[in-house]
Design a protein around this ligand. Structure first.
Ligand SMILES: Cc1cc2nc3c(=O)[nH]c(=O)nc-3n(C[C@H](O)[C@H](O)[C@H](O)COP(=O)(O)O)c2cc1C
Length: 192
C-alpha cells in the first residue's frame, strides 16, 4: 500500500534554512499543489504572493517578529491572503476562507517536503507592514507567511530552536483530539 504518511511524518516546521535560491519552476510546482486544494463551492479563496526578489523580500523580513529571526535566511516567502467574501460564509461562524487557505498551504507543505524543501507557515509578523510592502489591500486578511527554503545549518539557530529542530515530534495524545461516534473532549476554555 502506498500512502503519503511518510511525507507527512517527514514534514517538520524546520527553522534552519539555506539562503540558496529556489527556481521559479520549483516554486510553480508548489503553487500548483496549493491551487489543487479543495474549497467550499470551489471558491478557491487563496491569494498567494510569492516573494523572491531581494527588495520585496527585505521589506517582508523587516516585519518579522523577533522570534522569527531564522526566517531572514529564507530565499522565498509566500504570503497567503484572503477575504471572508471570497469563500462560503455560512451560519454558526462557518467562514470557510481561512479553512480553504489552510488546505492550500497543507498541500503546498507536503509538495515542498517531497522536493526536499522546508515550507514553514508562521503567524509572527506585523500584518499591516507586510500588506503595505506587498500592496495587499487593507480588507484582505494576511493569514500566514510560508517561509520556504532548503534545509540549512542548525548551528544558526538559538539553543531552544536547535533543540526543537533535532528533538522528537510533539503531539497531544490522539484520544484528546479524536473520538469515535461522539464528542468526548474535555477542552478547558482559555481566559479572555
Ligand atoms: C498558523 C501557524 C502559525 C505558526 N507561527 C509560527 C511562528 O510565528 N514562528 C515559528 O517559529 N513557528 C510557527 N509555527 C510552526 C509551529 O510552531 C509548528 O508547526 C508546531 O510547533 C508543530 O511542529 P511541527 O510542524 O514540526 O510538527 C506556526 C504554525 C502554524 C500552523
Amino acid at each position: 500500500m502506498t500512502n503519503v504518511l511518510p511525507s507527512i511524518e517527514e514534514r517538520r516546521a524546520r527553522r534552519a534554512l539555506s539562503p540558496e535560491p529556489i527556481s521559479r519552476e520549483v516554486l510553480g510546482t508548489l503553487l500548483r499543489a496549493a491551487h489543487l486544494a479543495p474549497s467550499c463551492n470551489n471558491s478557491q479563496p487563496w491569494r498567494l504572493i510569492v516573494v523572491d526578489e531581494p527588495e520585496a523580500l527585505a521589506q517582508v523580513k523587516e516585519a518579522l517578529s523577533g522570534g522569527n529571526y531564522w526566517a531572514k535566511q529564507a530565499p522565498v516567502i509566500i504570503a497567503v491572503a484572503s477575504r471572508q467574501d471570497l469563500d462560503c460564509a455560512l451560519g454558526d461562524r462557518r467562514d470557510y476562507f481561512l479553512f480553504g487557505c489552510g488546505m492550500a498551504v497543507g498541500n503546498l507543505m507536503i509538495q515542498a517536503t517531497e522536493l526536499g524543501l522546508v515550507a514553514h507557515p508562521i503567524a509572527g509578523y506585523k500584518p499591516e507592514q507586510v500588506k503595505a510592502a506587498l500592496g495587499v489591500p487593507e480588507d484582505y486578511v494576511l493569514i500566514t507567511l510560508v517561509i520556504v527554503g532548503r534545509p540549512g545549518d542548525p548551528a544558526t539557530l538559538s539553543d531552544k530552536h536547535r533543540e526543537i529542530e533535532q528533538g522528537p515530534r510533539v503531539r497531544r495524545p490522539l484520544e484528546t483530539v479524536a473520538a469515535w461516534n461522539r464528542f468526548a473532549f474535555d477542552d478547558l476554555k482559555t481566559e479572555g
